[in-house]
Design a binder for this molecule. Sequence first.
Ligand code: PMP
Length: 464
Amino acid sequence: MVLTETEPAAAPPAHEGILRRQSLRESAARTYARSLPIVPVRARGLTIEGADGRRYLDCLSGAGTLALGHNHPVVLEAIRTVLDSGAPLHVLDLATPVKDAFTTELFATLPGELAEKGRIQFCGPAGTDAVEAAFKLVRTATGRDGLMAFSGAYHGMTAQALAASGGAQHTSVVRLPYPYDYRCPFQTGGERGAELAARWTQSLLDDPQSGVSRPAGMILEPVQGEGGVIPAPDGWLRRMREITAARRIPLIVDEVQTGVGRTGAFWAVDHSGIVPDVIVLSKAIGGSLPLAVIVYREELDAWQPGAHAGTFRGNQLAMAAGAATLAYVRTNGLDRRAAELGARMLDRLTSLAAAHDCIGDVRGRGLMLGIELVDRTADADATGARPADPQLAAAVQHACLDRGLIVELGGRQSAVVRLLPPLTITDEQADAILDRLADALTAAVRTTPGPTGSSPTTMRGTSP
Ligand code: PMP
C-alpha cells in the first residue's frame, strides 16, 4: 500500500492505550519512545502512519538505518524470495547462497584492499557488537591493549563500545580531540583547527613522556552522528591514516551510520580516499533488519577458530534485504543523489540560520544534516560559540512532530536537530521536510524562553 499525504487514514485503533501500557511496562531507559509518542502501524518510503491515523515524514529513518526508506519494494521482494524459497532462516555462521550473494555485493562496494583482500566477520547482530569485535580483533592482532577514540564519539552501548564513546568516564581509552569546527578548542576552526587536533594526537604518540603507550587501535567516525553531525575534514582523515599507518596502529573506521551512500559517497571514507584497516558496518547494510559485520585487512586475521562466535550471525532475511539495498544504492547512484540533494538542503538550512540567531551552526554531509541550536542571549564561550540550547531543541522536535515531521536530536547536549531522510526522497519531499522544520522552528522560538530564563529566544530581526 502506498501512503500519500492526501489519502484518508485508517480508523484510529487504541493509540492512547498502547502508549500508556508502554510507559507502564517498558524500562525507564526507553529513549525515542519518550520524545516521539507515536504508534507506527504502516510505513512506506519517507512516510509513517500512526495508530492515531496521522502521517509523519520520517527523518529519523531508524536512526539512519533506512537508506531506502520504509518497506522499499526491492527490500520486500528480497525478503519474500527467501521466505518462499524454503531456505533455512537460522544457520549460525554456515555458508548459504544468500550469504554468498550478500558478501559479494558488499565487497563490490568496499574501498581498495578491503575489496580485494579483505576478510569479513559476521558479528551479531547490532552495530555495537561489530565495534566490540573490531576491538577484540586489533587487540589479538597487535598484542596490545589500549585504544584511542575521539571526544564526542558514539560507538554503541556494550561495555567496550561505550568506553570508547564520548559520554564514557573512568575508562582506559585515550581521548583525542575530534575536529569540531564550530566549537574548536584551538579557537581557529577549519583546516587549521583540524591540523592542530592532528598534531596533538601525533605528539601524544611520539612523546615518550606523554603517558600514552601505543594502542591496539584507533577508532573514529568519518562524520560523528550521535555526537551532533560533525563531518571530519578529508585532510584530517588522511592525517589520521598517515599517523596510524606510520606507527603500525590499526585504524578502525566506524561506518555504522555513515555507510551505504548516506554522506554522499558509498562509504564516507571514499571522500578522503583513505582505506581503513578495519571497517565497522551495520544499520543500512541489513536493509532495515539487524546485521553487523567488520571487514578488515587479512594481515589482521590472527583470530583462532571460535575466537569470536555468536548464535545470531546468520540472519538470512537481513542479508537478503541488505544485499538488495546495497545493489539498489549502487546501481541507482543514490550516493551521488544524496550528495546533490544534501548540498541543496544544506543551502536552505543555511538561509534558515541567517534568519534565526538561535541557530549557531548548520552542517552535514550528504543526507546527514544537523542544525545546532544555541542560546542567543548568552555570551560566546572560550571556543567562540554560544552555549547549546537543549530546551529549544526539544521544543523544535516537539513542534516538528505536531507538524507531522519526525526529527532526531543529537550532539553533546542534545541541542542538534538532526535530519537523516531516506536517500530515495524526491525534491518535493525534501522541500516539505524543510518547510515543516522552518515552521516548527519559528513556533518553538516564539514559545521557548532562553535557557537563562532572562528573555524569550526570538527570530533574528524581530522584536521579542
Ligand atoms: N556506531 C555508530 C557510529 C552509531 O551511530 C551507532 C548507533 N547509533 C552504533 C555504532 C551502535 O549501533 P547499534 O545501536 O546498532 O548497537
